[in-house]
Structure formats: structure tokens, C-alpha cells
Ligand binder design. Structure first.
Ligand code: SAM
Ligand code: SF4
Length: 460
């Protein structure tokens, strides 16, 4: 029987929880202690943490999030880049430059050959993982188009590298279409609800297929029914109250867990950015509130990856990384053709962080992180429930740490300047020395040596 459902979103419950500010300091401490066991939090517990306002308790929250982040993800940060294939769109989202009423932009669907040129430009930076995006136009960028461009990207080699994982952020599909999409070799299927508040949703998505709130809210259930393993969700912060959106996102995650026994693979935390031809004024959220959200999501769903894009400034990215982020985009262009073939094309929104991948890698190393270009899990079938079992038992480190080290070694060998090589080698030596498990260390050392000897794309 179909489990597709859109009744799990309980707006009244969320509003009640936000209004209840009566939790004692003891209760907050109890929740933070529970969070330290990495068992996750209930919606009620997350709501109590969202109502923390004083700096001292916020610091405790951040400290707890840092501990959990390090326990589960170590120092690894996975890197990726977006690739926009088209900006044609039949919707009218008031915050987006690609909305169909924005007549000031030139519309474009990249040809498959142009997509390959874009992918090559991304590969030349050293990226191994992309997220492919389009506007919503089932005719111009339908499944035949996606199948062709994905196949061509996967077949393309540039220098010593290739794209090894293509995640997707495209408009929601029917179960049958999701089933077909699932045969294209997709990594994560990601879709943002934008806002979970139905009334606001209707206001900001006035026309087009996307104006149907339920169709979007049910999309993950349809993807689950179609057999897609790794799913990514998120709100678009700035459309309504951040507390509401955070709890609603966690409610969505809880629902997915109930439906298929595994919650979302990732949660993204995008904030609205200025965009050409857009005069929408977002609901304000301070940087402190943003940090609070990231920390709470980290504690509430410890095994769900947290994705941060270049919408944020370098300073914000620096501060937020250690609170729970596991994946970041770097050196991103948000226009179709932006890397190589149509650099002048209108961007979907402005990036807050324009640094190159090399600059990003250097900063990560200097701040004690280990940049990872790993794409192993989905290629060896460690996806969905299997992935979560490995993650929850802690076994995932056995794979992630050696893979992070060897893919980073590959990056510095093939793309690193002399500076990156020097900084990168130092970082690899440090992270290797910190591995306590002898078996894991052995695997990592062997993989690093093999990369040095000219082997590529090693993973366990
Ligand atoms: N068109 C499809 C859709 O809307 O689901 C898929 C991809 S769309 C290109 C990716 C995401 O960009 C949207 O889900 C939205 O959250 C985000 N976005 C749109 N305008 C934005 C803006 N001004 N600032 C930040 N993010 C924005
Ligand atoms: Fe189109 Fe997506 Fe932009 Fe909305 S957010 S206008 S659906 S590209």
C-alpha cells in the first residue's frame, strides 16, 4: 500500500511548541546531556533548544554540537560544486531570478555538449562531486535531457579526474518518473520545501506547478516509493519565522524516518540571497540565530549530513563549519554556463563566498579540517538504511577517514599549487598520525602510497 502522505506536517503543534518558553535551565541541561549520547532529539526537545536566548546557554549548545560533529564526522568536510544546466522555468517563486515573470534575463538550456564543457571546467578545479540543477520545465529539461547529460558527464574525463557522483536538485516528479530517474546513477535527490508554512508557501509561489504545496511536500514520499535511497531536504530560510522552519524540517525528517526507517541523507540550510530582478525582502535572521539552527539540527539528527552552500560569507562559513556542517560547496557558479561557456549569464542568486577551490582547501587545512573528495558510499552501495547502520555503529569512520585522506592526496597531487601541496601534505600527515585504530591507519597509508605511485580513484 502506498505510504505517500502530506498530513504529517502539524503547523499547530509547531506554533504551540514555539510559544512555550517555560523550560527550566535544568531541562535544557538534561536535553544537552541526552544530545551528547548522539541518539537525536524529539521535536519537543529541539523546540526547547530553539527558545534559548541567553549567550551563556547558547555557548553550551554550540559546545555540545561541536562535540557531536567531531564524534560522528571527525574533521572531514566533503566538497562539491553546483552545475546549473538551465534557467528556463515555468514557476514564479518571488525570491528567484529564474522565475518566469522575470523578463530581464536571457533564457538558456545548455546543450549536452555545453554541459560537458561546464563539467570539464569543474573537473579542472579538482571537484569529483557535483549537484546538477535546473528550473522547473518538464518539457525543456525533462527526463530524456537529464539522462543524456548525466550519461555524458559520467563518461567525461579531464586531466586525471572525472565526476564520480552527481546529486540532483530538480523539480519533483511522479513515482514513475522518479523510478526512471533512479536508473540514471543519481547520488542524492535533493529538494527544498522552501517554506513549510502553507499560507506563506502559497504567497511566495503564486503560479505554476510549484504553487501546489502538497505536491511538493509529498515529493520525498514519492521518491522513497520509487526506491531512491539518499534524499536531501531543507527549507529556504528567510520566507518566514526561522524557528517554525527548523521544527518543520525536523518534523519532515521524522516522517521520512517513520515511512522508510531512515531519515534524510542530508539537510541543507540555505538562506535567501539577493537576486537580479527580485525585490523580495526576506524575513531577517541574525547570524547568531543561524548558528543556533545549525547546532540544533546537528543534535536533533546527528547522522544526517548538513550541507552549507556559498550563499554564506567566508566568515559565516568559518564559524558555522565546526558546529555541524559535513558538506560544503566551493567555487560555485549559479548560472547555466557560469564556469566556462556563458560566464555572463544571470545568476540564480549572488554567492557570498567567491573563493577558489584551492583557497577553500587551504583555509580548511589551516583550520584543522580535512578536505574530502570522497564519493565512495553510493558507488559501493552504502546508501539509505545501510549507510545509516554504518553511521550509527560508528563503523563509517573506517571508510570515511581513509577515503578522505586518499581523495585529498589525489587532489593535491593533481591540482595543488606548490603552496597547496605543502599545506596539504602537512595536513595529511597530521590526520594520519591521529588515527588510533591500527587497521584503519594501515588502509589509509596504503591508499595514500598508491595515489603517490600514480593510482587514482581508490576507495573502501
Ligand atoms: N527549480 C527547482 C526548484 O525550485 O525546486 C530546482 C532547483 S532551484 C534551481 C534550487 C533552489 O534554489 C530552490 O529550491 C531555492 O531554495 C533556491 N533559491 C532560489 N532563489 C534563491 C535565492 N534568491 N537565494 C537563495 N536560494 C535561492
Ligand atoms: Fe524556478 Fe526553482 Fe527558481 Fe522557483 S526556485 S523560479 S522553481 S528555478
Amino acid at each position: 500500500m502506498s505510504k505517500i502522505n502530506n498530513t504529517f506536517m502539524d503547523e499547530d503543534k509547531i506554533n504551540d511548541l514555539i510559544c512555550n518558553k517555560s523550560a527550566s535551565q535544568e531541562k535544557i541541561n538534561e536535553i544537552l546531556d541526552k544530545a551528547l549520547s548522539a541518539r537525536g532529539l524529539t521535536i519537543e526537545e529541539s523546540a526547547i533548544l530553539l527558545n534559548i536566548e541567553d549567550d551563556e546557554t547558547l555557548e553550551k549548545l554550540f559546545k555540545t554540537a561541536k562535540i557531536i560533529k567531531e564524534k560522528i564526522y571527525g574533521k572531514r568536510i566533503v566538497l562539491f560544486a553546483p552545475l546549473y544546466a538551465a534557467n528556463v522555468c515555468t514557476n514564479n517563486c518571488v525570491y528567484c531570478a529564474f522565475r518566469c515573470d522575470n523578463k530581464s534575463i536571457e533564457r538558456r538550456v545548455l546543450t549536452p555538449a555545453e554541459v560537458v564543457e561546464e563539467a570539464k571546467a569543474v573537473m579542472r578545479m579538482g571537484h569529483k562531486r557535483i549537484i546538477l540543477l535546473t528550473g522547473e520545465d518538464y518539457h525543456a529539461t525533462g527526463l530524456d535531457y537529464l539522462e543524456e547529460i548525466m550519461e555524458r558527464i559520467y563518461k567525461t574525463k579531464e586531466l586525471n579526474g572525472e565526476i564520480r557522483r552527481i546529486n540532483l536538485n530538480i523539480a519533483p516528479l511522479s513515482v514513475d518518473d522518479f523510478k526512471r530517474l533512479n536508473t540514471f546513477g543519481i547520488g542524492t535527490y535533493q529538494l527544498f520545501q522552501e517554506t513549510y508554512k502553507k499560507e506563506t508557501y502559497k504567497e511566495v509561489h503564486p503560479t505554476g506547478k510549484k504553487s501546489n504545496y502538497e505536491w511538493r511536500l509529498e515529493a520525498m514520499d514519492r521518491a522513497i516509493e520509487a526506491g531512491i535511497n539518499d534524499l536531501g531536504i531543507g527549507p529556504l530560510f528567510g520566507l518566514t519565522d526561522y524557528k517554525f522552519e527548523t521544527l518543520a524540517t525536523l518534523m519532515h525528517a521524522e516522517h521520512m524516518d517513520k515511512v522508510c526507517g531512515v531519515g534524510p541523507h542530508t539537510i541543507s540550510v540555505p538562506r535567501i540571497e539577493p537576486a537580479e530582478g527580485v525585490d523580495f525582502a526576506p524575513t531577517q535572521m541574525s547570524d547568531k540565530e543561524f548558528k543556533k539552527i545549525v547546532a540544533i539540527i546537528r543534535l536533533a539528527v546527528p547522522y544526517t549530513g548538513l550541507v552549507l552552500s556559498t550563499r554564506e560569507t567566508p566568515q559565516m562559513r568559518r564559524e558555522i563549519m565546526e558546529l555541524g556542517i559535513s558538506q560544503i560547496s566551493a567555487a560555485s557558479e549559479t548560472n547555466p554556463g557560469g564556469y566556462a561557456v556563458h560566464k555572463e549569464a544571470t545568476k540564480q542568486f549572488e554567492s557570498g563566498d567567491m573563493r577558489s577551490l584551492q583557497e577553500m582547501v587551504v583555509e580548511l587545512c589551516e583550520n584543522g579540517f580535512l578536505p574530502s573528495f570522497c564519493t565512495s558510499c553510493y558507488r559501493v552501495g552504502r546508501v539509505g538504511k545501510k549507510f545509516m547502520e554504518h553511521a550509527k555503529s560508528g563503523h563509517i569512520h573506517q571508510y570515511c577517514q581513509p577515503n578522505a585522506l586518499s581523495t585529498f592526496k589525489e587532489y593535491i597531487e593533481d591540482y595543488g599549487s606548490e603552496e597547496v601541496k605543502a599545506i596539504g601534505e602537512k595536513a595529511i600527515a597530521k590526520h594520519l598520525a591521529e588515527i588510533k585504530d591500527e587497521k584503519m591507519k594501515n588502509i589509509a597509508e596504503k591508499q595514500i602510497q598508491a595515489i603517490k605511485d600514480g593510482k587514482r580513484d581508490l576507495h573502501v
